[in-house]
Design a protein. Structure first.
Length: 153
C-alpha cells in the first residue's frame, strides 16, 4: 500500500474543519429563541428530517450562518487547527472544498483561524445551496452513501 501524499488531500469545511452545527444552534437560540435542541440531534444534512423546526426558520438560520455575519464566532472542530497546521508544516498546501456558492467569507475565516500563510490556503467552491434538493453522496471509491445531500457539485 502506498502512502497518501499530504498535498493530495482536500478537506470539507462544514462539520470537518468548522463546527457549523454549534453555530447553527447559537443562531437559532439568539435570533428565534429556540432552545432545547442539542447538537447530537442533528443526524443528517437534511435538518428538517431531524429537527422539529419550521422550514422557514431552518432556512433563515442557514442563510445567516453562510453569510458569516452573526455575532457568535464560527469555531473550529476540536483538533482541526493542530492537524492542519501539522500538515502544512510538512510542506503541503491546505485545500478545502465547500459547496458554498461563494468561498470568500469562509476563506477569510480559514486564514484567520489556521496559523499558516494565506497563500497556503486554497478553497474550491463546488456548488450552490439548493433548498429541498436531495441527492446521493458517493465515497471516493464510488460507493453510494445513504445520506441526503443539500449541496450539489
Amino acid at each position: 500500500m502506498s502512502e497518501i501524499e499530504p498535498n493530495s488531500l482536500a478537506f470539507d469545511i462544514d462539520g470537518v474543519v468548522a463546527d457549523t452545527m454549534s453555530l447553527f444552534l447559537e443562531i437559532a437560540r439568539d435570533r428565534f429563541r429556540i432552545t432545547g435542541i442539542e447538537k447530537e440531534q442533528i443526524t443528517t444534512y437534511m435538518l428538517e428530517d431531524c429537527l422539529d423546526l419550521p422550514q422557514a426558520v431552518i432556512e433563515a438560520v442557514i442563510d445567516e450562518l453562510l453569510e458569516m455575519n452573526h455575532w457568535a464566532p464560527l469555531k473550529p472542530m476540536p483538533g482541526a487547527v493542530k492537524t492542519l497546521s501539522m500538515l502544512n508544516g510538512l510542506g503541503a498546501p491546505l485545500t478545502f472544498v465547500t459547496a458554498r456558492p461563494d468561498s470568500a467569507a469562509i476563506r477569510e475565516w480559514l486564514c484567520e483561524t489556521i496559523p499558516v500563510a494565506p497563500e497556503n490556503i486554497r478553497v474550491v467552491a463546488t456548488g450552490s445551496f439548493q433548498w429541498g434538493v436531495r441527492g446521493e453522496m458517493r465515497s471516493s471509491a464510488g460507493r453510494r452513501h445513504p445520506l441526503a445531500a443539500r449541496w450539489l457539485p
